[in-house]
Design a protein around this ligand. Structure first.
Ligand SMILES: [Fe+2]
Ligand SMILES: [Fe+2]
Length: 380
C-alpha cells in the first residue's frame, strides 16, 4: 500500500528556475532594495541551478575565462545587450524592466550563445547604486558575460566603482579562432578641473551629449599604444572583433556620435584581413564600412536615439521611426553569428517589430548583395 505523504515533494530544476524567475518579476512590483536584492539573488541561484555553472565567473576578465579555447574556423554566436541607462529603481522602474526583458531574451536563446556582451551605459549617472543594480540584474544571465564601459558609467567617479565590479575597462581575449578586443573609447580631455566642477557636475555635463563644454570622446594615446602591443602577436589572417562604446568613426560631433582619434585606431586595425567593430552609444541600427573594417551599432534597452540629422553612412538601412506612444518600440537586443571566416551577421532583435539582419556579405559587397529587409511599421 502506498503512502504518498512519505514521498518528499521534489521540484524539478526547471520548475524552481521558473518560480524564482517569476518572483524576480513580482519583486519588481515594489522595488524596495531589500526585496529586490532578495529576488535577484534568487534569480542568480536559479541560473546556477539551471546549469550555468560558469555563472560566478561572469565578471572575470575575459582572458581568464577564455584562454584561446577551441579550433579556429568553426563559427559560433554570441548575444549582446546594451545601453540600459539605469537610474536608481525608484526613479525609473521602466528601464529596470526593459533590461530584465533583454536578460530574459538572451536566457531563452536555444542553443545558448557562447557569451553575452554588454555594450556600455549600464548606469545613467554613474552612481554606485545604479551600477550595483545593473550588476545584480546581469548576474541572472546564464551565459558568461563580458562587459564594456560607457560614458554614463564612468564620469561620476572616473570608473572606480565600475572597475571594482567588472574589472579592467580595456582587455582582449581569444575565442574559437577570433581575437576580441574591448576598448574604452569614451575618454575625454579634462574639461572639469579648471571649471571647478563636482563629480556630479562632470557626469551631468557628459550625460548631456549636445553641450559645448565637454571634449570629444577618444581612445587616447596610452590605450592606442596598448592596442598596438596587444595586436603585435596576432597574425593578420586572424579575424578581429573590436568592441567600442562610441562608434570608431566620426558620424556626428554635436551628439558625440564620434571618436576623435578614430582614424588613428582604424590605422592600427587596417592591416588585418577581417575586422568588425561593434559599438553601443548610438541606440539604433547603424552600419558602416571603412576600408576593410565593418561597423555595426547595437540597440539600446532604454530609448532609441533619432538618426543624426546630417546624414548616415551609405550602407545603413534605417529602422523605422519608433512609435512615440510605445515605450518599447525601437528598443531591443541582438545576436551576432560569427562565420567560420570571422566576419559577422548581426541580428537586431527589435522588440515589437520584425527582427532585422545585417549580414557581413551586405557590407563586404558594398551593399550589392543580401540587402537587409527593413523593419515593417506594424507590430508583430
Ligand atoms: Fe547610451
Ligand atoms: Fe553612451
Amino acid at each position: 500500500m502506498s503512502d504518498n505523504t512519505k514521498i518528499p515533494h521534489i521540484k524539478s530544476v526547471e520548475t524552481r528556475h521558473l518560480e524564482q524567475r517569476e518572483s524576480l518579476f513580482r519583486g519588481l512590483q515594489n522595488l524596495d532594495r531589500r526585496n529586490f536584492l532578495k529576488v535577484s539573488t534568487g534569480a542568480a541561484a536559479a541560473a546556477l541551478a539551471a546549469g550555468a555553472s560558469n555563472h560566478f565567473h561572469s565578471f572575470l576578465p575575459v582572458n581568464v575565462a577564455y584562454a584561446a579555447d577551441g579550433p579556429a574556423g568553426q563559427g559560433f554566436s554570441f548575444a549582446y545587450i546594451s545601453d540600459s541607462h539605469l537610474y536608481v529603481k525608484k526613479t525609473n522602474e521602466r528601464f529596470v524592466r526593459q533590461l530584465l526583458r533583454a536578460v530574459d531574451d538572451v536566457n531563452k536563446l536555444d542553443p545558448q550563445p557562447d557569451f553575452v556582451f554588454f555594450g556600455g551605459d549600464l548606469a545613467q549617472l554613474g552612481r554606485k547604486e545604479e551600477l550595483d543594480l545593473g550588476a545584480q540584474i546581469l548576474k541572472s544571465i546564464k551565459a558568461p558575460l563580458h562587459m564594456m564601459v560607457g560614458e554614463h558609467d564612468w564620469f561620476f567617479d572616473m570608473g572606480q566603482h565600475w572597475n571594482e565590479l567588472f574589472g579592467p575597462q580595456n582587455y582582449s581575449f581569444d575565442h574559437k579562432g577570433v581575437h576580441f578586443v574591448v576598448l574604452m573609447s569614451v575618454q575625454e580631455k579634462d574639461f572639469w578641473t579648471a571649471r571647478g566642477m563636482s563629480p556630479a557636475e562632470r557626469m551631468h555635463t557628459v550625460a548631456g551629449l549636445d553641450n559645448a563644454v565637454q571634449s570629444a570622446f577618444e581612445v587616447g594615446a596610452p590605450q592606442r599604444e596598448w592596442l598596438k602591443k596587444d595586436l603585435e602577436k596576432v597574425p593578420t589572417s586572424t579575424p578581429l572583433i573590436v568592441f567600442s562604446h562610441s562608434p570608431l568613426y566620426k558620424l556626428y560631433r554635436p551628439w558625440n556620435f564620434w571618436t576623435d582619434d578614430a582614424e588613428d585606431v582604424q590605422a592600427i586595425l587596417q592591416r588585418f584581413e577581417r575586422v568588425t567593430v561593434l559599438h553601443g552609444h548610438t541606440h539604433q541600427v547603424l552600419t558602416n564600412r571603412i576600408g576593410n573594417i565593418q561597423f555595426q551599432g547595437m540597440l539600446s534597452t532604454a530609448w532609441p536615439w533619432p538618426y543624426a540629422p546630417q546624414g548616415l553612412p551609405a550602407l545603413t538601412v534605417q529602422m523605422n521611426r519608433p512609435n512615440p506612444f510605445d515605450p518599447n518600440d525601437g528598443l531591443g537586443d541582438g545576436t551576432i553569428s560569427v562565420h567560420p571566416d570571422g566576419l559577422v551577421d548581426m541580428l537586431y532583435n527589435l522588440w515589437n517589430r520584425n527582427p532585422m539582419q545585417v549580414k557581413a556579405s551586405y557590407l563586404s559587397s558594398g551593399g550589392k548583395s543580401d540587402v537587409p529587409v527593413a523593419p515593417t511599421l506594424a507590430s508583430y
